[in-house]
Design a protein around this ligand. Structure first.
Ligand SMILES: *Cc1c(COP(=O)(O)O)cnc(C)c1O
Length: 397
């Protein structure tokens, strides 16, 4: 019996090596990686610059605690603010922790205005993490079931529904913020209407709410811009990052701008590991590689190529409901549950993921080339066609 708690239904497979966009198992079999450790390995596996940065830092200093100045943390905050236009950063170790920091900022913002039960608007189809506050914020009963009582102070609206937000604005004087993903990740790669974020920005401004964007999955170049919201020309008050930020080293960040940037004062929040030297050295190397190798731009060009190839190959194929995405964050929605595609793809040397039961999610490294996209298509397209012609259509969840 395994001594590891059974929180994951794991594929019976372990990898021993990574090379760019490929993973290699113990038997030497190569797999094209279109999952990238769930949108984490943005610069590819074991990039020599990242490996060197981690190794060099490990030999000089790994951790000191936030009781002292950490120069690399200052440097990383400068770089992140430079590409985002935000004012300052709190560093932590994961996406849920970054969202916890955002939730605490929203509550401080509310209490400052004399609101005793500050309420945050969150959406259906969202995923914000597995801590108690972030699973409460998450729009999925599956994530919440069994962990009641959930936290107070959240109001839920459908995703991409401005009318519902305006209704809450009119009826609930306790609202202090809205927390939303620019594109839903775990929820099935749903892309909101063109004006969604800019209208949310306007509603927040009218009501004195914080616009808080969970960019844990959409950030760090994934959608073909540094951050998902940059497609809409808005600036959030709070933005959270993790996944791609450390290239596989655990690091998260909560960025703030304007009044939200001065809410935290000494004693209000903290983290033992957050922003330690090793994690910051890794994130700085990731930023260097993203810029030097123009990987954000590459996410746009390879993403557009891959999406148009998938669209043309699946035109008129019954069972493929919709193909949607931005940059290298792509979802292929089928008319039936399709979790079985994951082991079938592994057999053919391809790593994919299925989310929201019936959406094939592709979030490969941002270093994916057109040749990699072609290889992916040559495996995935016949696989999905075979699957659709043999698996009975069932109503999707
Ligand atoms: C993955 C994810 C999280 C949670 O991140 P962890 O590092 O697993 O805590 C939060 N929000 C979004 C949008 C995510 O995709």
């Amino acid at each position: 019996m395994s001594h590891v708690m059974s929180t994951y239904a794991r594929q019976p497979l372990a990898f021993t090596r990574g090379e760019g966009v490929f993973l290699i198992d113990a038997a030497g079999k190569r797999y094209l990686d279109a999952l990238a450790g769930v949108a984490v390995i943005s610069i590819g596996h074991c990039h020599p610059k990242l490996a060197k940065a981690i190794s060099d830092q490990a030999h000089s200093l790994i951790h000191t605690s936030n009781i002292f100045n950490i120069t690399l943390q200052e440097k990383l905050a400068d770089r992140l603010c430079e590409v985002s236009g935000m004012d300052n950063v709190f560093f932590c170790n994961s996406g849920c922790e970054a969202n916890e920091a955002a939730i605490k900022l929203a509550r401080l913002h509310g209490h400052k205005k004399g609101i005793e039960v500050p309420t945050i608007i969150v959406t259906e189809k969202s995923f914000h993490g597995r801590t108690m506050a972030t699973l409460t914020a998450t729009g999925s009963r599956k994530v919440q079931a069994g962990f009641e009582p959930l936290l107070a102070g959240f109001a839920r609206v459908p995703y991409d529904d401005l009318t519902a937000v305006r209704q809450v604005a009119a009826n609930n004087k306790d609202v202090v913020a809205i927390l939303v993903e620019p594109i839903t990740g775990e929820g099935g790669i749903h892309i909101p209407a063109e004006n969604y974020l800019s209208e949310l920005r306007a509603i927040c401004d009218q009501n004195g709410w914080l616009l808080m964007l969970d960019e844990v999955q959409t950030g760090m170049g994934r959608t073909g811009k540094w951050f998902g919201h940059q497609h809409s020309g808005v600036r959030p008050d709070v933005m959270t990052l993790a996944k791609g930020l450390g290239g596989g080293m655990p690091i998260g960040a909560c960025l703030a701008s304007g009044p939200a940037a001065s809410l935290f004062q000494p004693g209000k929040h903290g983290s033992t590991f957050g922003g330690n030297l090793l994690a910051c050295a890794a994130a700085l190397a990731v930023l260097d590689v993203l810029q030097e190798e123009k990987l954000v731009e590459n996410a746009t060009s390879t993403g557009e190529y891959l999406m148009s190839r998938l669209r043309s190959e699946f035109t008129g194929v019954p069972g493929v409901t919709q193909i949607r995405g931005r940059g290298l964050m792509i979802g292929i929605e089928l008319d039936r549950n399709c979790g079985e595609l994951v082991p079938m793809a592994l057999e053919r040397g391809l790593i994919i993921n299925v989310t929201a039961d019936n959406v094939v999610r592709l979030v490969p490294p941002l270093s994916f080339s057109v040749e990699h996209a072609d290889l992916l298509g040559s495996i995935l397209v016949p696989l999905i066609r075979d699957f659709l012609s043999s698996a009975p259509a069932r109503s999707a969840a």
